[in-house]
Design a protein around this ligand. Structure first.
Ligand SMILES: [Zn+2]
Length: 94
């Protein structure tokens, strides 16, 4: 029996990122100009593109992910974009 099984919520401060690295979600709002709400449904689908770049916070990313969701206020569909990093060689990503 492993004695060191501790319950952890979240990650300790200052520790590195885990497998998924970090992600920056660009919060978009409803494209309907008369709505503009940021309330959304759960994400329903996801598509991604491997692409290297710099996110809005100045951090490098290597993956762009789009997730579809629906505006809770007016029902308009939209896609939220996020910039993520994934490790492909096991090395930590800043
Ligand atoms: Zn809306």
């Amino acid at each position: 029996m492993p004695a060191e099984k501790t319950k952890k919520q979240g990650r300790p401060e200052g520790s590195g990122n885990r497998d998924y690295g970090q992600s920056v979600v660009v919060v978009s709002k409803c494209p309907n100009p008369e709505c503009g709400s940021t309330e959304r449904s759960e994400y329903t689908s996801r598509s991604e593109l491997e692409f290297n770049g710099i996110d809005p916070l100045g951090q490098p990313y290597n993956l762009i992910v789009w997730r579809a969701c629906q505006c809770k206020t007016c029902g308009q569909w939209r896609r939220d974009k996020s910039y993520e990093t994934k490790k492909d060689n096991g090395e930590p990503i800043i």
